[in-house]
Write a protein that binds this ligand. Structure first.
Ligand code: ADP
Length: 217
């Protein structure tokens, strides 16, 4: 299972990424966590990216791509599956990630889109700010991150829909229900992934089904 996630801040990428990684026993590559770890350890990379993180801006593409390439090489050694959380964040990253993954024989077979509205995302991130004190969880910086998602990241979704690997889930629901829908969809797709060419697949859109899907499944 090779999944990449496209979701606005606060949609639950980290949480759902961990659920997917545990369920399929694959590597969880979270770019935000990797970058924050560099900052916390005061590495050269950490010093170079800190101001980008604090202001809610994107870190330069090459830095993230190099970091993710290393993580993918490590994932390859332990079986080749991964869930990538936090990349790509713009079309240029989507293209370079695809090229890198292609050379490793590890292109994603699912692009998971978590969909949620800005008001709810702001509410969640401000609630998290009260608990975790992340430098970028202040209201003006959250607004900047949400705007950046709309402008730069959201347009990538059409690209994955065209490739036939898009799965969209409604992330406004409670965490457990979102997780159940994701795992149900991925499990259902699993037998297809290696056998049906991407272009012959259709995007899977679970966002309009609401409570009808996953109730007490
Ligand atoms: P969120 O999605 O809540 O903003 P992340 O932990 O995914 O949280 O990312 C935090 C920050 O890390 C981003 O605001 C950005 O500065 C940086 N970052 C993470 N992934 C990337 C990426 N692929 N490209 C550029 N910057 C990134």
């Amino acid at each position: 299972m090779r999944v990449l996630m496209v979701a606005p801040p606060g949609a639950g990428k980290g949480t759902q990424g961990a659920v997917i990684a545990a369920h399929f026993d694959v590597a969880h590559i979270a770019t935000g966590d990797l970058l924050r770890d560099h900052v916390a350890r005061g590495t050269e990379l950490g010093l170079a990216v800190r101001h980008h993180l604090d202001s809610g801006d994107l870190v330069p593409d090459e830095i993230v791509l190099d970091m993710v390439r290393d993580a993918m090489v490590a994932a390859k050694e332990r079986g080749g599956g991964y869930v990538l959380d936090g990349m790509p964040r713009n079309i240029a990253q989507a293209r370079s990630l695809y090229r890198t993954a292609q050379t490793l024989g590890m292109t994603a077979n699912v692009a998971l889109h978590l969909k949620a509205e800005d008001d709810e995302l702001m509410r969640r991130l401000l609630a998290r700010a009260a608990l975790e004190h992340r430098a970028d969880d202040t209201e003006p910086v959250i607004r900047r991150r949400l705007a950046l998602y709309q402008d730069a990241t959201h347009p990538i979704i059409a690209w994955y829909a065209e490739r036939g690997i898009l799965v969209s889930v409604d992330a406004m629901q409670p965490v457990e229900r979102v997780a159940r829908q994701i795992l149900t969809a991925l499990e259902a797709m699993r037998p297809l992934l290696e056998h049906v060419p991407e272009h012959a697949r259709r995007p899977v859109d679970l966002t309009g089904l609401g409570a009808a899907f996953g109730l007490d499944a």
